[in-house]
Design a protein around this ligand. Sequence first.
Ligand SMILES: [Zn+2]
Length: 183
Amino acid sequence: MSKISCDTCLDLIPLVKDGVSSQDSRKLVEDHIETCPECKEVYLESKQIELEDLEIDYDGALNKIKRKLYALAGFILIIGSLVGVSLNDSENMFYNILIMPLLGGVAYLVFAKKAFIMSIFIFIITFIRQATYGYLEGFLTNSTEILQEATPISIVFVMFFFVGIVILKLLNIAIYGGKENRK
Ligand SMILES: [Zn+2]
């Protein structure tokens, strides 16, 4: 027979769950539920709910926010670099000295160290846009011309993109004392 009654066991279960019960109480509950299926069910159920709550409150919400943030940043990078490279065909191309570092800053804020990988992304978008535009407009007629025209511009864009990352990194060091506070 168990040393405690079902009522006592049910009173103690929440305390055991919250980790505020004494060792003795925990032992009494554990002994009781070994022999009492009804109390065991209550015990297991409350454990289940506790775990589900944790997952929903923390991981679920955080991952949702992260995914939305990543999607938003990806969208900004695509649109930003397309707008930037389109400006190349007008006298507004010098706005890219501002636009590309801004994109680098956004990438660093959202992707942290992975922002450097995003520079490949910027290179590809810039290159494809410049190559197709030049080809369709007829001033780039073969692959050599495309390479010679589109590569330097893409490299310059990536360099300005890097400037944005470096500025944000320096700001991060200045504010947080160089500790990596972000993931
Ligand atoms: Zn019981």
